[in-house]
Design a protein around this ligand. Structure first.
Ligand code: UDP
Length: 419
C-alpha cells in the first residue's frame, strides 16, 4: 500500500432540480423541502462511503446528494481510496457485522486502521457536518477529528447481532460519533454508547427519475431484453443483486429449476454488478456461471457485459416477477425498484424488505424454499392477480420510498444536529 495514494476521491455529481419531482410528490412536499432547507443554505456537508458504484449506498448517494445540492446545501460526496486489499478486509467486517463468524487478524486490523488514518489525514477541507457510511470509513471520525464538524455514522446494514470480535474492535470508533442513523430500530447494535436522542431511524429510498427507475417505452425495454437473448414470448424470473452469499443466488437457481419443472418455458436472469468494494463478487460469478453453463434458458449478466442502469430498468419492468432471495438484508433497494415498475416480488422476510412490501402488496415474503416455489408459481399462473399485487406495491413505494421523502428526513437530521 502506497501512503501517498491514500487520499479520498471526490465524486462528480449529476444535476437535479427539485421542480422535476413536483408532478410525482406535489407542490406542498417541495415547499416542505424548501422550508426545511432555508436555514441550512451554505452548510458544508461531506458524505463519505467506500464505493461510487455497485451497491445500495452508492445508488442512494447518487440519488440523494444532487437533491441536497439543489436544496442549497453545499454537499460533497467522496469515497475512500480504492484499494482491493482494504476492501477484502472490510467485506469480512461487513459479513461479521451481519453475524458471520470472523476473528480479525492483526494484519487485517492494521490494514483497516492505516487506510482510515491516512485517508482521514489527507482530508484538508472544512465541513460543518460529516456523514460516514457503513463500517468501511467508521474510523474516519477518530483520525479525521481535526476537520471539526458534527459527525454522523450512517449504518445501512443489519447490525442487530454483530460478530463480537469485529464489534469490539469497531465500537470504540463508532462511539465517538455525535449521532448514528440506522435503517430500522431492530438493526441497532446492543450498547452502542451514543445517546438515544442522537440515534435516528431513516429508511432509504429510490430516485424515480434516475435512469434505473424512469418510465421506459415498452418497445425500448423489449429491445434491451431481446438483445440480451431473452425470448419475449416466454416467462422470465429475475434477481438483480451483487453476487454475494447473503443474496443467495444459488438458492434462486434452485427455485427457478423447481418452478421450471412445472413451467418448462421459464427463463432466469441473474443480474449482478461488480462493486469495487466487494471482492467476493468474482468468485461467486464464476461459481454461478459454472452452475448455469448447460442451461440455455438461464442468463447471467453484469455491468461488465453491458447490464447498466437502463438495462436493469428494462429487466425489472418486463420480468414476470422478481425474486430477492436475501438471507440478510440492509434494506434491499432492488425491491422498491421493482415495485415502482409494478412488477411483483417474492423476497426474503428479512431486514428492510418487509418495510417495503407485505403479502399481497407488492408480492410475497417467502419463508423457506418450498414457499418461494409456491409463491413464484402463483404469480406465474395468475397474471391478473400478479398485476394487481404489483400495482399495490407501486402505490406503496410511491407513498413511502421515493427520494424526496428521504431528502426531507435527512434535512430534519441536519437541522437537529447543526441548528
Ligand atoms: N445493481 C445494479 N446492477 C446490478 C446489481 C445491482 O445496478 O447488476 C444495483 C441495484 O439496482 C440497486 C443496488 O445495486 O440499486 C443494490 O442495492 P441493494 O440495497 O438492493 O443491495 P446492496 O448491494 O446495497 O446490498
Amino acid at each position: 500500500m502506497r501512503p501517498h495514494h491514500l487520499s479520498t476521491v471526490r465524486m462528480s455529481l449529476k444535476r437535479k432540480r427539485l421542480d422535476d419531482y413536483k408532478p410525482l410528490v406535489g407542490q406542498e412536499v417541495i415547499d416542505e423541502v424548501l422550508r426545511l432547507a432555508s436555514d441550512l443554505k451554505g452548510l458544508r456537508v461531506l458524505q463519505i462511503n467506500s464505493t461510487a458504484y455497485g451497491g445500495g449506498v452508492a445508488e442512494l448517494l447518487t440519488a440523494l446528494v444532487p437533491l441536497e445540492v439543489a436544496s442549497g446545501i453545499n454537499v460533497e460526496w467522496k469515497t475512500l481510496p480504492q484499494h482491493v486489499d482494504f476492501f477484502e478486509v472490510t467485506k469480512l467486517f461487513h459479513n461479521a457485522l451481519q453475524g458471520k463468524e470472523y476473528e480479525p487478524s492483526i494484519a487485517d486490523i492494521e490494514k483497516y486502521i492505516e487506510h482510515n488514518r491516512l485517508s482521514a489525514e489527507s482530508e484538508s477541507s472544512r465541513y460543518d457536518l460529516i456523514i460516514a457510511h457503513d463500517p468501511q470509513p467508521a474510523a474516519f471520525r477518530h483520525f479525521g477529528g481535526h476537520v471539526g464538524a458534527k459527525w454522523v455514522w450512517r449504518c445501512h446494514i443489519d447490525t442487530s447481532h454483530p460478530g463480537q470480535a469485529v464489534w469490539d474492535f469497531l465500537h470504540p470508533f463508532i462511539r465517538e460519533y455525535d449521532a448514528a442513523v440506522f435503517t430500522m430500530k431492530k438493526f441497532l447494535p446492543p450498547g452502542i454508547g451514543i445517546p438515544e436522542e442522537r440515534i435516528f431511524f431513516i429508511p432509504p429510498a429510490i430516485d424515480p427519475l434516475s435512469t434505473k427507475n424512469i418510465d421506459l417505452p415498452v418497445s425500448l425495454s423489449k429491445t434491451v431484453l431481446s438483445e440480451f437473448g431473452i425470448d419475449l414470448e416466454r416467462p422470465l424470473l429475475t434477481q438483480v443483486s451483487r453476487f454475494d452469499p447473503w443474496k443467495d443466488p444459488m438458492g434462486v437457481i434452485r427455485i427457478y429449476r423447481r418452478a421450471k419443472e412445472r413451467v418448462p418455458d421459464l427463463q432466469l436472469a441473474l443480474i449482478g454488478s461488480m462493486a469495487t468494494d466487494d471482492p467476493e463478487g468474482w468468485e461467486m460469478y464464476v461459481a454461478i456461471e459454472n452452475e448455469l453453463k448447460d442451461d440455455s434458458d438461464a442468463f447471467i449478466f453484469t455491468n461488465l457485459n453491458g447490464a447498466g442502469s437502463l438495462e436493469v430498468n428494462a429487466f425489472q419492468r418486463l420480468s414476470n416477477l422478481i425474486v430477492q432471495k436475501s438471507i440478510r438484508e440492509g434494506f434491499g433497494l432492488v425491491v422498491s425498484e421493482a415495485l415502482w415498475k409494478g412488477t411483483p416480488v417474492v423476497a426474503g422476510n428479512t431486514g428492510g424488505i418487509p418495510l417495503q412490501m407485505a403479502n399481497g402488496v407488492g408480492g410475497f415474503l417467502a419463508d423457506g424454499e418450498d414457499d418461494y416455489v409456491d409463491r413464484v408459481m402463483f404469480l406465474l399462473e395468475n397474471p391478473t392477480e400478479a398485476h394487481d399485487i404489483g400495482y399495490r406495491g407501486m402505490k406503496f413505494v410511491k407513498d413511502h420510498f421515493l427520494v424526496i421523502r428521504l431528502l426531507i428526513d435527512e434535512l430534519k437530521l441536519f437541522r437537529s444536529l447543526v441548528l
